[in-house]
Ligand binder design. Structure first.
Ligand code: C2E
Ligand code: CA
Ligand code: CA
Length: 296
């Protein structure tokens, strides 16, 4: 492991170099081993406690009603600390543990959606490249939909990032088409952070575009940002996609988004991601009239 890390670093530095395993690498390897061990332990535990799924509202720009929720996984350590996904998703991706982890998140999100079916339109679940590359992915989604008895599969949205589909292989294209055939919706996550976004829009059968926070924060005072947003909104609309602006923290940015015609927002301004019980309270505080539930 240590030798691998040193070799990798040497290669990265330009081949033909002496591979020295330094202190920095030792720390990185140690962290990597620890986070893998923590993840394995968490996956063996009572999942609702060790890997709780929190929810962040996605609200209508116009009225602030909660339309949907993004499921965001956390890890609870044995001493009760809550860790964000940055601490364990990379290790989960590398080891393939993201496959069982992702299934837990999707099952939990569907369970809560059924629980809130009269108040909440949809749940949005992050799907990593590694999950998408598994041949068993689509059957797993189909099984979970059936198990939870979801009336309308479009109430499940799968969020994928550009890196997941950067080299859109035939297999992956078929898999995305099979997901669509289930009636599940696809969202392009972190839109605008990659470099082939326009090609991407054309090649992925997506329903939702999630505009990255970097385009959203400070929008109100930035003519260039607002021009980009107006252009993306126009493009998305003409391609029959809807748009969610992510990372909305400032009331001014929210007003600018609403004025530009962006239909939905997500961000600390509405709420941070919260545990299910707290999310339930948010739902009760802002009841959504039926009929508008699926309007995003
Ligand atoms: P993401 O999919 O882009 O999720 C949004 C992240 O932005 C969340 O971070 C959320 O807490 C944060 N956020 C939301 N509103 C605001 C805001 O107004 N301001 C700021 N500064 N941040 C905001 P979180 O929960 O730490 O998740 C980080 C990333 O981890 C996610 O980014 C996603 O890529 C990944 N992730 C989370 N849950 C899962 C999961 O179940 N499976 C997979 N594969 N990845 C996950
Ligand atoms: Ca996401
Ligand atoms: Ca995002």
């Amino acid at each position: 492991m240590a030798a691998d890390t040193a070799m990798y670093a040497a290669k990265k530095a330009g081949g033909n170099r002496l591979a020295v395993f330094n202190e920095q690498m030792r720390v990185a390897v140690k962290q990597r081993i620890t986070s893998e061990a923590d993840l394995r332990r968490a996956l063996d535990g009572p999942l609702d406690e060790t890997l709780p799924v929190w929810f962040q509202p996605i609200a209508s720009s116009a009225g602030g009603r909660i339309l949907g929720a993004e499921a965001l996984v956390r890890m609870r350590t044995p001493d009760g600390k809550i860790l964000g996904p940055g601490h364990f998703i990379p290790a989960a991706e590398e080891t393939g543990l993201v496959v069982p982890l992702g299934e837990h998140v999707m099952a939990t999100a569907l369970r809560w959606l059924m629980n809130w079916r009269l108040e909440l339109g949809y749940v949005s679940v992050n799907v990593s490249p590694r999950q998408l590359s598994e041949p068993g992915f689509v059957p797993m989604v189909a099984r979970l939909l059936a198990e939870h008895g979801l009336d309308d599969p479009s109430r499940l949205v799968l969020e994928i990032t550009e890196t997941a589909v950067l080299s859109l292989s035939d297999d992956l294209q078929k898999r995305l088409d099979a997901v669509k055939a289930l009636g599940v919706r696809i969202a392009l996550d972190d839109f605008g952070t990659g470099y082939s976004s326009l090609t991407w829009l054309q090649s992925v059968p997506a329903d939702v575009v999630k505009l990255d926070r970097s385009f959203v924060s400070g929008l109100a005072g930035d003519v260039r940002k607002s021009s980009i947003i107006v252009a993306v909104l126009g493009l998305a609309t003409s391609l029959n996609m809807t748009v969610v602006a992510e990372g909305v923290e400032e009331p001014d940015d929210w007003r600018a988004l609403a004025a530009a015609g962006c239909p939905a927002i997500q961000g600390y301004l509405v709420s941070r991601p919260v545990p299910p019980r707290e999310f339930q309270r948010l739902l009760w505080e802002t009841p959504a009239p039926t009929g508008e539930l699926l309007a995003l």
